[in-house]
Design a protein around this ligand. Structure first.
Ligand code: G6P
Length: 367
């Protein structure tokens, strides 16, 4: 059954490995394989007239929203505002008519996110929610319900809900672009084709589980770890750091690669491992030059990239993790795997309670 561990040691591990299946399930309800097109559930507002998207969420769901911001802007050319729910409510956000407020939540019950939803509703925003629990409060209060089909997520640290959220958000951004006349049939075909490649790519990423387990002992003794990423992979650096903090209790920070020289570079010495997420692609060279800045200061690097990227820049790294070569659109889904597995294996080395980390709750229903 969906709520049993089966052959896995932990729910979190099981949920990481379920991702190819549940992402495929989720994509299946937002994409049409026969027509190679995007297909959203019915709703009764005109998405092409949306003037602004306001994304609000907490924790890992917030990072899914950060990735989505890149997609909404790139595909649908719509301005996007994004904030964590606990800040959003108290900063007097400007919510003009014609705005779509988009809430992302695994549980659909997080108190801060729910309060932000009700605030936006009161201000006349159209409400869309991406939730994994279709019977949740947020699901009931939405104008547009976009369920993820991740199945029950038991591990406190979110994994499969995140990649399923990304799948839904990519489809939503593409749909908006199509409706606004900004995405041609050929472009839609291309985007859908890449999304449909995601489950197989997630599987190839999972094939590196043993390599990641083998190098986890290099990270486990660290007191601090830095994660660097650029563009739509920057939120993955944040998510990688969050996962490591949550379950291994190692202090970690995610940074935009280019911002490192404005502060965190002061921390670099050979006790602070730096995890660099750098798929080969348009931003690769930039990421590598940021990585060289770390190396020049004696920093120890773990480079996560594809074969081409590792060939170009892997030499001299403390460790490398190879990912399949993927289209930039699906890189955030695929690179979620190594950051989840790394946190998981480091936590196992340290012997922490992976599924029930101290002080954390699966769903935070108090403010
Ligand atoms: C808690 C969980 C996180 C989750 C966050 C948001 O902090 O431990 O894993 O990302 O809540 O939860 P939600 O259900 O709104 O996505």
């Amino acid at each position: 059954a969906a709520t049993e561990k089966g052959n896995y040691r932990h729910y979190m591990q099981k949920e990481i490995f379920e991702q190819p299946t549940v992402v495929a399930q989720t994509l299946g309800s937002y994409l049409r394989r026969d027509e190679v097109s995007v297909a959203l559930p019915q709703f009764d507002f005109d998405i092409s007239s949306i003037k602004r998207v306001t994304i609000v969420a907490c924790g890992t769901s917030f990072y899914a929203g950060m990735v989505a911001k890149y997609w909404f802007e790139q595909f649908a050319r719509v301005p996007v505002d994004i904030d964590v729910a606990s800040e959003f409510r108290y900063r007097e956000p400007v919510l003009e008519d014609g705005g779509l407020a988009l809430f992302i939540s695994q549980s659909g019950e997080t108190a801060d996110t729910l309060a932000a939803l009700r605030h936006c509703k009161e201000k006349g925003q159209t409400i869309a929610v991406v939730v994994n629990v279709p019977t949740s409060t947020m699901a009931r209060e939405a104008d547009l319900l976009l369920p993820t089909h991740a199945g029950p997520e038991i591990g406190v640290a979110s994994t499969k809900a995140f990649t399923c959220q990304l799948a839904v958000l990519a489809a939503l951004a593409a749909h908006m672009a199509v409706k606004k006349g900004l995405m041609s049939r050929e472009q839609e075909h291309e985007v859908v084709t890449h999304l449909l490649e995601a489950p197989a790519c997630l599987n190839s990423a999972l094939d590196h589980d043993d390599d990641i387990a083998a190098m986890a002992h290099l990270i486990a003794p660290a007191r601090d770890v830095l994660y660097l990423g650029r563009g739509q992979d920057y939120p993955l650096a944040l998510e990688g750091a969050l996962k490591l903090k949550e379950i291994s209790y190692i202090h970690a920070e995610g940074y935009a690669s280019g911002e490192m020289k404005h502060g965190p570079i002061a921390l670099i010495d050979d006790d602070v491992p730096v995890i660099v997420l750098a798929p080969s692609g348009p931003l690769f060279e930039k990421s590598i030059s940021n990585m060289e800045e770390v190396r020049a200061r004696g920093g120890k690097i773990v480079l996560i990239s594809d074969a081409k990227g590792l060939e170009e820049a892997g030499e001299g790294c403390m460790a490398t993790i190879e990912m399949p070569r993927v289209h930039p659109l699906i890189a955030p889904l695929v690179y979620a795997i190594p950051v989840q597995l790394l946190a998981y294996h480091v936590a196992c080395v340290k012997g922490t309670d992976v599924d029930q980390p101290r002080n954390l709750a699966k769903s935070v229903t108090v403010e």
